[in-house]
Design a protein around this ligand. Structure first.
Ligand code: NAP
Length: 275
């Protein structure tokens, strides 16, 4: 046990995580005493790890795949947004011994969009969302909270999109994957939440001919930073926002809670994480 606060990220696998670089950069930038490490945790060890970390001086952790849903079972308090999303990515070990679970993915998504496209107006028109996986849940909740009037949602496996509609309400309209390109006729916010286009995954092949040049387009895939999806949108004249900023911004609330300083996401943050 040391006299400075420890934080970290748990997941399995975890070696690829950029969070240690992100939090390490902020600790250095603000001259704060503290540490942030990546910890590989297998599924069976989740509860024991959550009980042990506070005793070792940990004040909080980020949580990634495969623990984001299961971690809620061990939390004493769950924020409204984590409850709504059904998953947590930010855990705080409070001084009274209780565990607080929060989900900052939607916050990170919206903050990134506002930073990358300051003119973005959620209320201007429908949002088209490609994909209905884990990340899409947080993004749909965040878009609805931001005031998007309608969410057009398309997923290869349609029942998963229908399940999100059943859960999150009537403002969602599900579109068949084979017709996903038609969502772009009216959408003024366009989001890829699928893993398509990620290095090593299949390319994003949806027809983007109908994309409006006034749409703000963002991809949550950030390897590569400039996906083909974003390149196609930029070629149409759209303002595009890459996915790295979502990762950076989702880290802000946890860092502030654990180390007492609200960090800024700027070019130096991006450079530190990409280095
Ligand atoms: P997930 O739960 O596994 O969902 C994957 C999504 O991609 C599903 O909608 C899936 O459709 C779709 N998909 C996969 N292969 C497809 C294919 N061949 N054709 C059509 N659709 C396909 O994953 P996730 O956690 O939501 O993450 C999705 C992506 O976002 C990943 O690349 C991840 O790295 C990235 N991400 C980025 C951030 C960030 O901070 N920028 C945060 C979270 C995630 P089906 O339902 O039909 O399988």
């Amino acid at each position: 046990m040391t006299d400075f606060p420890h934080a970290g990220v748990i997941g399995n696998p975890i070696s690829h995580s950029l969070s240690p670089k992100l939090h390490g950069h902020w600790l250095k930038q603000y001259g704060l005493p503290g540490s942030y490490t990546a910890i590989q945790v297998v599924e069976d060890a989740l509860e024991a790890t959550l009980r042990a970390l506070p005793e070792q001086g940990f004040v909080g952790i980020n949580v990634t795949i495969p623990h984001k849903v299961n971690v809620l079972r061990f939390a004493d308090q769950v924020t409204d947004r984590a409850t709504l999303i059904g998953a947590a990515n930010t855990i705080t070990f409070k001084q009274d011994g209780t565990i607080l679970a929060d989900n900052t993915d939607g916050y990170g998504f919206i903050s990134n969009l506002r930073q990358g496209a300051p003119h973005w107006d959620a209320k201007l028109g429908p949002a088209a969302v490609f994909g209905a996986g884990g990340a899409a849940r947080a993004i749909i909740v965040a878009l609805a909270n931001a005031g998007v009037p309608e969410i057009l949602l398309s997923n290869r496996t349609r029942p998963k999109a229908e399940a999100l509609k059943a859960e999150f309400g009537t403002r969602i309209h599900v579109v068949d994957w084979v017709q996903a390109g038609t969502m772009l006729e009216t959408a003024t916010t366009v989001v890829n939440t699928t893993s398509l286009g990620m290095a090593g995954a299949q390319p994003f092949r949806v027809d983007m001919d109908n994309l409006r040049p006034d749409a703000v387009v963002t991809d949550i895939v950030y390897t590569p930073l400039q996906t083909e999806f974003l390149k196609t949108a930029a070629a149409k004249g759209c303002v595009t926002v890459d996915g790295l900023g979502m990762l950076l911004h989702q880290g802000v609330p946890g860092f502030e809670r654990w180390f007492g300083q609200r960090p800024v996401v700027d070019d130096a943050t991006r450079a530190a994480v990409l280095a």
